[in-house]
Ligand binder design. Structure first.
Ligand code: PBG
Length: 353
């Protein structure tokens, strides 16, 4: 045991030589919001520095990100129409499908990933289609009541029978993924947290000749307050209830591990943990559970907290962001999905500060 651990910290060169963990722009995945029917970028109030982009702006952005060395784009869409069957989600001319083509036309080398979930495409904002009767059963006095009542509270919907239907949602997710693959996506990311979403996508992709399209599974996706700014950005907040009947409980690591294992079995190519910073233990667990690449999603709330503090001069933003990314890598992540990607790639090129 060396009695002076400081020996190796004396100069920047020595520190560089013995550094255990590094982050490169290629490790970063940049999530973007693309909105149908707008002409110029719209700033997202809750996420300073991020925009809802018109389809026409996607090509340039793809090239810019590629030149910065960023590993991939992750596209989220805001359709101009929503309906109960999330029709726009698998429209061959939908917003995401067009955005994929725009990115690939301008920069064919850029890796393009997509989010596969219906919450931005349904009027109720849930991640699956609604219907059926849930347990517990409604009190007999109200059993004739409509399944979904506009403006109903969480308690009402739980007790009175609207339910996010798992198996009925799977074909929609598969169709959405196939339409993304057909438009040119390299990787599709099922994020609705329906059971067996990975298997449904793999089978759908294979059946349609997209055996080479990879799946990044949102395996350990927790029901989290940290998604708040995203729901504003993507206009995808649930109109009633919350997502706790399908996303993991923040208290449960072992249950998340079961889903990581299941997703490996069902054919996932990359496993994701989300959110990132409050879930470093889960990232480590994912690393130890599977030999697939692990992605950490540094989500909207984590981004906005740093931005808010930095705007007030309370935190040194580049330092905090690079430290956070190093922590993800140290915990075992290979890939980091982050809204800071463009800035971070620039800071990394600037060298050590
Ligand atoms: C879609 C989805 C969400 C996020 C990514 N995909 C929202 C949610 O689950 O409510 C959140 C990303 C972020 O907060 O940055 N289901």
């Amino acid at each position: 045991m060396p009695d002076r651990l400081r020996r190796l910290r004396r100069t920047p060169q020595l520190r560089e030589l013995v550094r255990e963990t590094s982050v490169r722009p290629k490790d970063l995945i940049y999530p973007i919001f693309v909105r149908e029917g707008i002409r110029s970028p719209e700033p997202i109030d809750s996420m300073p520095g991020q925009f809802r982009l018109p389809i026409g702006a996607v090509g340039n952005l793809a090239c810019e990100a590629y030149e910065l060395g960023i590993g991939a784009l992750l596209i989220f869409g805001l359709p101009s129409k929503k309906d109960e069957r999330a029709t726009e989600a698998y429209n061959p001319n939908g917003v995401v499908q067009n955005a994929i083509r725009a990115a690939k036309d301008s920069c064919p080398e850029m890796v393009v990933m997509t989010d596969v979930c219906v919450c931005a495409y349904t009027p109720h904002g849930h991640c699956g289609i609604l219907g059926g009767t849930s347990t517990p059963q409604p009190p007999s006095s109200v059993s004739g009541r409509a399944l979904v009542t506009p403006g109903a509270t969480n308690r009402e919907t739980e007790e009175w029978g609207s339910e996010v239907l798992n198996d009925e949602t799977l074909p929609l997710l598969a169709e959405m993924a196939v339409s993304h693959a057909r438009a040119g996506a390299d990787v599709v990311g099922p994020s609705s947290m329906m059971d067996h979403q990975v298997r449904a996508l793999r089978e759908g992709l294979d059946r349609n000749g997209f055996g080479n399209t990879a799946i990044m599974a949102y395996s350990a996706k927790f029901a989290s307050g940290f998604y708040g700014p995203f729901r504003d950005a993507a206009d995808s907040a649930p109109s009633h209830g919350d997502r706790s009947s399908y996303q993991h409980d923040a208290a449960n690591a072992r249950h998340a591990r079961l889903e990581l294992l299941e997703d490996v079995e069902e054919g996932a190519d990359i496993l994701m943990v989300k959110p990132g910073l409050a879930y470093l233990d889960i990232i480590r667990m994912a690393r130890e559970t599977a030999d697939l690449p692990i992605a950490a999603y540094n989500v909207s709330g984590e981004y906005s907290m740093v931005k808010a503090a930095a705007e007030r001069g309370w935190l040194d933003e580049p330092r905090i962001v690079l430290e956070t990314m190093t922590a993800f890598k140290r915990a075992g992540a290979n890939l980091i999905i982050t809204y800071h990607a463009k800035d971070a790639a620039k800071w990394m090129r600037g060298g050590e500060d």
